[in-house]
Design a protein around this ligand. Structure first.
Ligand SMILES: CC(=O)N[C@H]1[C@@H](OP(=O)(O)OP(=O)(O)OC[C@H]2O[C@@H](n3ccc(=O)[nH]c3=O)[C@H](O)[C@@H]2O)O[C@H](CO)[C@@H](O)[C@@H]1O
Length: 337
């Protein structure tokens, strides 16, 4: 059993991952900034479930606080680090860009320092499909150039990929960067479309639909995503590429891997699935595209399959049904958050 440190443990993906790792018998050291970017009580409720496991230790602190972070990592003395903590959100990065530089760039540097100090077996860090920026060739393949980020959020995540590569090279630190594709599911993030839509529809409020619904996303269900992460923990980058589409660096034990369903769904079909799960028709407010938003994403997930033998497969209808079920049990049938 492995000592695994997870940053962003009270966050949406971190919570699901910690639960999976703890259930598998690992010792988990969770870290989270508990920031007020969205409802802190939701983060506390996730944490309460993790605290039920005896093998879970939690520490609260800002990622960018180097001393605070290094004292926790000294205590954890991890063999593996999964870095999911971040200032998330594509659209909020237009309002508060500095938070992204502080948490994502400086914070990630602190995590890399901890990984180097403890000579971890594998450092895994979250990047994003937003790193593909203005790319238009679909599906997005990790070997494509990704040099046109459209927001400071995407730019900071792309920066962490470059930072990760340098440490992998300099310190022979096996490093995997994930590019996540629009993750949704129970215990999700209130700033994301599915959460906002369900909440508004139950309240009788209209939903804002950007770019008149001419949007496509590779929607990835949370449980599939964390299963992929847990399998990637054992896919430690070495010196030999695995399969024909590997992104293994020629000069470092480093690779970038997409985690997505490998399907691009139209936003309006996703909304249809939400209406069906709720049995309510939404009041639709069609709007222009928002600054920094990308019209389409679609993951090429062959590398994930080559590395793990697994690809996400939950379809949007069953994933949305499970989200709605959770939402109504958590907030009550007609009460919004
Ligand atoms: C808020 C946010 O950044 N969420 C994540 C999401 O972005 P992403 O933009 O894909 O996810 P969202 O759930 O926020 O939006 C999904 C789709 O719904 C649209 N939409 C959204 C809100 C709304 O009120 N109305 C509306 O029409 C968006 O334009 C998009 O086309 O996936 C990325 C990875 O791929 C992550 O890095 C981001 O952290």
């Amino acid at each position: 059993m492995t000592r695994i440190m997870v940053t962003g443990a009270a966050g949406f993906i971190g919570f699901h991952l910690c639960k999976l790792l703890l259930s598998a018998g690992h010792t988990v050291f969770g870290h989270d900034g508990m920031t007020e970017y969205y409802d802190v009580s939701l983060k506390q409720a996730r944490l309460a479930q993790l605290r039920e496991f005896g093998a879970f230790t939690f520490h609260e602190g800002a990622l960018e606080d180097a001393n605070n972070f290094s004292s926790f990592s000294d205590l954890a003395h991890p063999e593996v680090i999964v870095h999911l903590g971040a200032q998330a959100g594509v659209r909020y990065s237009l309002e508060n860009p500095r938070a992204y530089v502080d948490t994502n760039v400086v914070g990630t540097f602190n995590v890399m320092e901890a990984a180097r100090t403890h000579a971890v077996r594998h450092l895994l860090m979250a990047s994003t499909s937003s790193a593909y920026g203005a790319n238009t060739i679909m599906p997005f393949d990790e070997r494509q150039k990704a040099d046109t980020p459209l927001t400071i959020y995407a730019a900071t995540k792309k920066a962490t990929e470059a930072m990760g590569h340098s440490y992998a090279h300099l310190h022979d630190l096996p490093t995997t960067m994930f590019r996540f594709f629009t993750v949704y599911g129970p215990w999700g993030r209130p700033d994301m479309a599915y959460f906002k839509f369900v909440s508004a529809i139950l309240d009788g409020r209209p939903i804002d639909i950007y770019n008149h619904g001419e949007m496509w996303r590779d929607f990835t269900y949370s449980e599939d995503l964390v299963r992929a992460i847990s399998l990637l923990i054992d896919a430690v980058p070495g010196t030999e590429p695995i399969g024909a589409v590997d992104t293994l660096s020629p000069v470092a034990p480093f690779r970038v891997v997409n985690i997505g369903n490998g399907k691009s769904e139209k936003l309006t079909d996703f909304i249809d699935a939400i209406e069906q799960a709720l049995g309510i028709t939404a009041k639709r407010n069609y709007m222009e595209i928002q600054a920094g938003d990308v019209p389409a994403t679609w993951a090429d997930n062959r590398l994930l399959r080559d590395l793990t033998g697994y690809v996400p497969k939950t379809d949007i209808r069953s994933g949305i049904e499970r989200f709605v079920e959770w939402y109504q049990s958590y907030y009550g049938p007609h009460v919004s958050q």
